[in-house]
Design a protein around this ligand. Structure first.
Ligand SMILES: [Zn+2]
Length: 208
């Protein structure tokens, strides 16, 4: 199909790709020699991904997309820092993608590590500590609000991350305000393969 140009078209394309993945019916689009060569001159991805780095949550595979389709930023626990914001702004502001997808998942190790750190008061060593410190605000909010399960905390972290992007980045906030951009927060179920919508900032029709 033609490249999606609106937030709603972009989400519809991703949802269709995820359905194919779940059904075991992937099309593997845009992955042959012709695509590779045609894309060498430039890229125009239709969605920006900001997801957990977990090896089981590979955006192009679970949404059945190919070369040039997705601009993907991933860190453990999808934690926001200046390089992440700059990368997302590049995908949206320079490359023109109309949609950002924040993707968490069940059984997330970064969320689990942060829940453990909050419970014990012990932070992990090295730069793992940086990850945990950046997930911690979501865990503290979850604690205050009475979220019971780690996956409830993950959902809250997805919501908080979406809000954070819209608050921190003027490029993202402006796009959402004028309707050319939306953020969809989703949770991926490892065993099932389904990406379910948790929240939406702006309008992509994902929660409809
Ligand atoms: Zn994870």
């Amino acid at each position: 199909m033609a490249r999606p140009t609106t937030p709603a078209e972009a989400w519809a394309e991703l949802a269709a790709g995820n359905d194919r993945f779940i059904a075991g019916d992937r099309e593997h689009p845009h992955q042959d020699v012709h695509d590779r060569e045609a894309l060498a001159d430039g890229q125009a991805p239709f969605a920006v991904f900001f997801g957990c780095a977990d090896s089981r949550v590979a955006a192009e595979i679970i949404f059945d997309q190919g070369l040039g389709d997705l601009f993907v930023v991933r860190t453990a626990g999808h934690v926001v820092d200046p390089a992440v914001l700059g990368s997302l702004e590049f995908g949206v502001g320079v490359l023109g993608a109309p949609l950002i997808v924040v993707l968490g998942h069940d059984s997330c190790g970064a969320v689990k590590a942060t829940i453990d750190a909050e419970a014990t008061g012990d932070l992990p060593p090295g730069f793992l500590r940086d990850i945990v410190e950046r997930v911690m605000p979501s865990v503290l909010t979850s604690h205050r609000e009475g979220d019971a399960e780690p996956d409830d905390v993950m959902r809250r972290h997805v919501r908080e991350t979406c809000q954070l992007l819209a608050e921190r980045s003027t490029v993202i906030a402006d796009g959402v305000r004028n309707g050319t951009l939306a953020i969809v927060g989703a949770e991926y179920a490892l065993a099932e393969g389904r990406a379910r919508v948790v929240t939406e900032v702006g309008t992509a029709g994902a929660t409809a």
